[in-house]
Structures are given as structure tokens and as C-alpha cells.
Design a binder for this molecule. Structure first.
Ligand SMILES: [Zn+2]
Length: 284
């Protein structure tokens, strides 16, 4: 079906955004009554080992990325956060402790305070606040995005799944200049590669997809996005994609995408800014 092509900067045919979720131990430390050192070490792998590998790859290929880091993990690994920032990547909000239920369990003041706590960590470490919001696995109340935008200064979110192009978010039926850059599970490393024996992930066990198969999937998706002109938004996790062989997979994918001269690799912040400039408008 013919649809109007998106105008990307520099005459690019499509945009590619790598969101990197540095969940660290926050995903694996759910019950303080039952310490679980081995579980937690699965998350530790990200900050202590894999992030460096991803940073080196991004530097070599000149790919700016958006790193979403729970505040507590940023606090635990300050040098990592400073390095990510110094290398020109964006740092975004992803909970303080990867909260799973904060919109159900806390009042508005309560969850605003969680967000503020993370922002203060970023401010202290790199002198700026996050403008991008990636919701953790929990859902959020319908009224939350308007608060992120109007009260907390966020410029965009990448939390929804319902499109493959950015869009202006509507509040009460009126379009705002708050931008959603939706991601897709198919472009997430979790469904293909997550594996933990305890707790069992996937629950029925038995899935580590073939690396070549995943690379082929992502190449096909790229071809589709390139032909249509969309915004290809990945969700990657250092502890999953950042092991040596999978980094090679990623490198091969990037090389494949770079064979085309007109692909815009950008951070979420850059994409949101572009969208507002070109497609934004009066807040109706
Ligand atoms: Zn996460």
C-alpha cells in the first residue's frame, strides 16, 4: 500500500534507533529477603562487561545510541554512566529500580518522586536530566504520559508498540508535541535470546534462537523499514546482546545497514527533536 514517505534529515530513507536497556541487577533482585547472588550476577554482566563491548562497537561504527538506565544502577556504576555520556550517547530514564508496579501501587506524588530520584542521580553524574522515558515492564496509567511531558520535562517516550513511526501523543483527544517512538518486540533481543535456568526464562525453557536466524530476521526487517521509510527501533540489553558472539551478530547487522548510504542512525532525543520540528505544531 502506498503511503506518504516520512521526511528524514539529510535525505535519509529511514531512521535506526538503538535503545540499550542497562537493567543491571535491578531485574534480578526482587526479593530482598532471599538474596540470590547467582541470579543477580546475570544482570551484573551488563555494566561490568558488556557495556564496554557495545560502546567500542558503537564507536567503531559511529552509531549514537540511547542508553536507558535505572537510577539505582547508574548510582552503582557511576563510571559507566560518565563514559556513556562522554562518548556522545544519550542517557534516558528507565525507573529507579526497574519498578514493576509503581503506577498501580503508588500515588501520583509517589511515582513522580521515583522519577525525580533517578533524575537527581543523572544530574549529579553527568550534569543533565533525562528527556527520554522508556517504561519498565509494568504498564502505566493513561494520564501518566501527560505528566511526564507537562510536569516532568520529558520530550519523548519509547514505550508503546502500536506503530513503526514516531507520532505526536494526544492528550484528551488533542495532539501535543510529546513524541512517542514506538519499539517492537521483534526488534528486542529478549524474545530470541533470554535464557535463565533459575528463575526459568523463558518459563517453558528451551529457547536460544539461532544467531544466524536472528540476524536474518533483523536484516529482513531492515529491508522493510528501508523500503517504507520507517523508524526501526531496537530494544537491546547488554547482558543478552553484549556477549562476544552476539556482538559479532550486531556488527554484521550494522555493516549490512551501512551498505546503504542513506540511513539515519540517531538517538531517541534527536529523532524526537526532528519529529517536532518537521511534524510538530500547535498544541491543539
Ligand atoms: Zn528494562
Amino acid at each position: 500500500m502506498e503511503q506518504e514517505k516520512i521526511k528524514w534529515p539529510f535525505g535519509a530513507k529511514c531512521a535506526v534507533l538503538f535503545t540499550i536497556h542497562v537493567d543491571g541487577e535491578s531485574l534480578y533482585n526482587r526479593d530482598p529477603q532471599k538474596p540470590s547472588p547467582r541470579r543477580m550476577s546475570y544482570g551484573t554482566y551488563g555494566p561490568v562487561r558488556a557495556v564496554d563491548r557495545l560502546l567500542a562497537l558503537a564507536e567503531q561504527k559511529r552509531i549514537p545510541c540511547s542508553y536507558f538506565i535505572p537510577g539505582q544502577i547508574a548510582q552503582r556504576y557511576p563510571e559507566m554512566v560518565k563514559k556513556i555520556d562522554a562518548m556522545g550517547h544519550e542517557i534516558g530514564f528507565h525507573g529507579y529500580d526497574h519498578e514493576e508496579n509503581m503506577y498501580r501501587e503508588l500515588s501520583k506524588e509517589g511515582w513522580m518522586e521515583v522519577i525525580e530520584r533517578a533524575q537527581q542521580v543523572f544530574e549529579r553524574l553527568v550534569g543533565k536530566r533525562a528527556v527520554g522515558y522508556v517504561a519498565t515492564s509494568c504498564d502505566f496509567g493513561e494520564d501518566a504520559p501527560e505528566v511526564w511531558y507537562r510536569e516532568l520535562g520529558f520530550q519523548y517516550s519509547s514505550s508503546m508498540r502500536g506503530d513503526d513511526r514516531p507520532y505526536r501523543v494526544s492528550f484528551g483527544g488533542r495532539k501535543s508535541n510529546f513524541i512517542e517512538i514506538p519499539a517492537r518486540w521483534e526488534l528486542d533481543d529478549y524474545p530470541f535470546f533470554i535464557y535463565s535456568f533459575d528463575p526459568p526464562q523463558p518459563r517453558g525453557q528451551d529457547r536460544i534462537a539461532s544467531y544466524d536466524g536472528v540476524l536474518a530476521n533483523w536484516k529482513h526487517e531492515f529491508d522493510g523499514y528501508y523500503a517504507e521509510g520507517g523508524c526501526m527501533t531496537f530494544m537491546l540489553h547488554p547482558q543478552i546482546i553484549g556477549i562476544p558472539g552476539r556482538c559479532e551478530l550486531l556488527e554484521e547487522l550494522i555493516d549490512y545497514m551501512k551498505e546503504k548510504p542513506d540511513v539515519w542512525f540517531a538517538t531517541g532525543q534527536e529523532i524526537a527533536r526532528w519529529w517536532r520540528e518537521v511534524y510538530g505544531g500547535e498544541e491543539e
